[in-house]
Structure formats: structure tokens, C-alpha cells
Design a protein around this ligand. Structure first.
Ligand SMILES: Cc1cc2nc3c(=O)[nH]c(=O)nc-3n(C[C@H](O)[C@H](O)[C@H](O)COP(=O)(O)OP(=O)(O)OC[C@H]3O[C@@H](n4cnc5c(N)ncnc54)[C@H](O)[C@@H]3O)c2cc1C
Length: 373
């Protein structure tokens, strides 16, 4: 008899399993349909012995000390600050777009003029969403806003989502603002790193407990009638749980193409974005993230594509009002069974969560809904 049946061995499922097992001394069964733990943060060594993030590059970053401390119980860290370049007009410029990007793109005197205008208007250190910068109505800042929108945001967003950028919620472009500074770091959170030895090793430590059992290669539905349990924690897609009774929630998917080169490094930094050229959006060199030393290197090229259920992975919920309305219908269904089933995680909450956000969500569900604090 298990106290909890947890569907999914990603962050949401494993954090809750760990809390329930260690803090409440209750028994947990995690059922995972893939052949591995870790959810989308899973990593593995490829045939060349290079550590790969199977579902896309993952960098842990947070401003919340308690989350950094919590996850640090299960891993040591490779200290890592992510640097991203965008390939624009044949030059590689720092992203998020900042004062250094301006210096690389424009002749010196014009660049200095643009920098002075930006600092004068917004102040050094400001972070400005591109849609705010576009409120400029005339002059050189208007030129700059249009240049950045056209060359940095438009093509990338259109490729990423497969629709015109104005059809996507403004919060998407706001995630990567323009920085009025010379700080090239992609994330500026206080705590950042990559687990030493990888995410999968970290997950193994997290769920290594006598109260936790794990069943891989199994859909949770296949065990419902076979294994007795009290409550469910569900971290899979919420529409699937309710048999798509209100229709399918749309997602954007990705295809990764891996390429190994006989060179120590190929890219100038962790990731290079291609906003305007090619069908791919970005290339990532894993060794730059993980700090691994190896004579060869493996690069992942990332191609966005439509999500087709059963054929590829549901990666990004598509942020549009009609999808939020559809999700709300499922959320109401979930509320009806809240006493016996908890819905947690990016698929169950139909929300893009960073890793620290999904850990925070799981810890809150544990404290409020499970412990009743
Ligand atoms: C390309 C990409 C890059 C990212 N990079 C970063 C980054 O750099 N930094 C960051 O903080 N975050 C990043 N993220 C976000 C990160 O991946 C998520 O925060 C995290 O994976 C969410 O964990 P989860 O447990 O909610 O979901 P998941 O990791 O998806 O876990 C859910 C699990 O449930 C399983 N499941 C589903 N249905 C069933 C079923 N019926 N039966 C059994 N099992 C089932 C799935 O197989 C999956 O393993 C990135 C996301 C993407 C897509």
C-alpha cells in the first residue's frame, strides 16, 4: 500500500516524493512513462562520453536562497554563468542585447550616441522590455528600437512559436529585455550553476530513500487497478488526465540534432542564437555549460516544430488568451477532485516554469496542500 502515487519523475514529482518520504515518513511510488528519471532535465553521456542534456540545455538559476539551499542537499555545483551570442548581420553580438551589443554593431561615434541616449532616458542598469522601447516615436532611439525588434526578436519569436509575434503574449518577449549595462550574462540571478556530475545524478540522490519506489517505462494508468494507493500527485499533461474532454491544450515542440566535432570547442560561448538565418533557432555546446574536459565536443542544434501528440514532446505551452481559457476549464475539473489528486508542474499547470519555479511550486504544494500549513 502506497500513501502517494506520483505520476512523473521530473522536478515536480521527485521534489514531492523526497519531501513526503523524508518529512512525513510516508510511502511513495513514482510512475514514469519514459525509461529514465529527471523529466526534461535528464542528462546522459553520449557515445563519445560527452554529457548531453537530452531535452535541451538546462542552466539552474535562482534568486531564492531557500531553493538554492534545498536543491544543494542533493548536488555540488559547477559554478557557471551562461553567455549567449546572437548571429546578426554576420557578427556575433552579446545577448541579452546590451551596450556591448551596440558597440559591436554600429560605428563607434554612433554607438556612443545611442548608449548616451539610452542611459539618459532609462538610467544605467535598467532592463527594458523591447515593447516598451518601441514606444519611442522618433529619433535615434526609435531607430534602435526598430533595429533590435527586427533583427533580434522578430525572426526568433516567429520561428520559436510558428506565428507572428503579435499573436503571442507580450510576456514572452519581456523575458529577455534590453539591458542598459555592460553585463553580458544571460541570467543575472544571484545563484547559478550546473550540478556537478549532472542532473540525473542529482535526481538519483534526491529519490534514494527507503520510502520511495520507482517504476519506469509505465504509464500511471496501467497501474491504477494493480497497485493500492491513497492519493495521486499528477505531473503529466492536465488535458490527458481528463481524456481531453474540453479539447487538446496546444504546445510548441522542438527537434534536437546532435553533432560531435573533433575539436575541443566549436562555439564562442554556451549558446549561439540565429534569429534571422536558417530554420534552427540556436546551437548549444554542452561542454561550455558542464565544464567537462574532453578532446571532442557535442553541439545541439534546436529546431522548433508543431507539437503532434504521440509523435514528439510537448515542450512549451503556447501563451495565448484562448489557451488560458481552455486551461481554466481543466483547472476547474482539477479543483473538483482536489481532496484526492494534486496537479503540479509545467504540464499539469500548463505553464512555463523555470526549474527553480517548479521546485518552489512543489514545495508550496507540499507545505500547504499536503501538510495543511
Ligand atoms: C528546451 C528547454 C530548455 C529549458 N531550459 C531551462 C533552463 O535553462 N533553466 C531552467 O530553470 N529551466 C529550463 N527549462 C524548464 C524545465 O525543463 C522545467 O522547469 C522542468 O522540466 C519542469 O519539471 P516538471 O516536473 O514540471 O516537468 P517534466 O520535467 O516534464 O516532468 C514530467 C514527467 O512526467 C512524465 N509523464 C507525463 N505523463 C505521464 C504518464 N501518463 N505516466 C507516467 N509519466 C508521465 C513525463 O514523461 C515527464 O518525465 C527548459 C525547458 C525547455 C523545454
Amino acid at each position: 500500500m502506497f500513501d502517494y502515487l506520483i505520476t512523473g519523475a521530473g522536478f515536480a514529482g521527485c521534489v514531492l516524493a523526497e519531501r513526503i518520504a523524508t518529512q512525513l515518513d510516508k510511502r511513495v511510488l513514482i510512475v514514469e512513462k519514459r525509461n529514465h528519471i529527471g523529466g526534461n532535465a535528464y542528462d546522459y553521456y553520449d557515445e563519445n562520453g560527452i554529457l548531453i542534456h537530452k531535452y535541451g540545455p538546462h542552466i539552474f538559476h535562482t534568486n531564492a536562497r531557500r531553493l538554492w539551499d534545498y536543491i544543494g542537499n542533493f548536488t555540488r555545483w559547477e559554478m557557471y554563468q551562461h553567455n549567449v551570442a546572437a548571429s546578426i548581420e554576420g557578427k556575433e553580438i552579446p545577448l541579452p542585447f546590451n551596450l556591448n551589443s551596440i558597440s559591436k554593431l554600429f560605428p563607434q561615434r554612433f554607438a556612443e550616441k545611442l548608449e548616451d541616449l539610452l542611459i539618459g532616458q532609462y538610467g544605467y542598469g535598467a532592463k527594458i522590455p523591447i515593447l516598451t522601447l518601441q514606444n519611442q516615436t522618433s529619433g535615434d532611439l526609435k531607430f534602435l528600437a526598430d533595429f533590435i525588434y527586427k533583427n533580434v526578436f522578430y525572426g526568433y519569436t516567429a520561428k520559436q512559436w510558428g506565428v507572428e509575434p503579435d499573436q503571442i503574449d507580450a510576456s514572452v518577449t519581456a523575458r529577455v529585455p534590453v539591458f542598459v549595462s555592460r553585463d553580458n550574462r544571460y541570467f543575472q540571478d544571484e545563484w547559478q550553476g550546473i550540478p556537478s556530475g549532472g542532473y540525473t545524478r542529482m535526481f538519483e540522490r534526491m529519490i534514494n530513500h527507503r520510502n520511495i519506489q520507482i517504476l519506469l517505462n509505465a504509464d500511471y494508468r496501467s497501474v491504477l487497478e494493480l497497485i493500492p494507493f491513497n492519493k495521486i500527485i499528477y505531473t503529466g499533461p492536465i488535458d490527458a488526465y481528463f481524456d481531453y474532454m474540453h479539447g487538446e491544450l496546444p504546445y510548441r515542440s522542438l527537434r534536437f540534432e546532435l553533432e560531435t566535432a573533433e575539436a575541443e570547442y566549436v562555439l564562442p560561448c554556451g549558446t549561439v542564437n540565429y534569429p534571422n538565418d536558417y530554420a534552427l533557432t540556436r546551437r548549444t555546446e554542452f561542454k561550455r555549460l558542464t565544464g567537462q574536459k574532453h578532446a571532442k565536443t557535442t553541439i545541439a542544434a534546436e529546431y522548433p516544430e508543431p507539437y503532434r501528440r504521440g509523435e514528439n514532446e510537448p515542450y512549451y505551452p503556447i501563451p495565448q488568451p484562448k489557451n488560458a481559457e481552455l486551461y481554466r476549464k481543466y483547472e476547474l475539473e482539477a479543483e473538483k477532485i482536489a481532496g484526492s489528486t494534486h496537479f503540479v508542474g509545467r504540464l499539469a499547470n500548463y505553464r512555463y516554469y523555470n526549474m527553480d519555479q517548479v521546485i518552489a511550486k512543489a514545495l508550496t504544494v507540499f507545505e500547504k496542500d499536503i501538510c495543511g500549513k
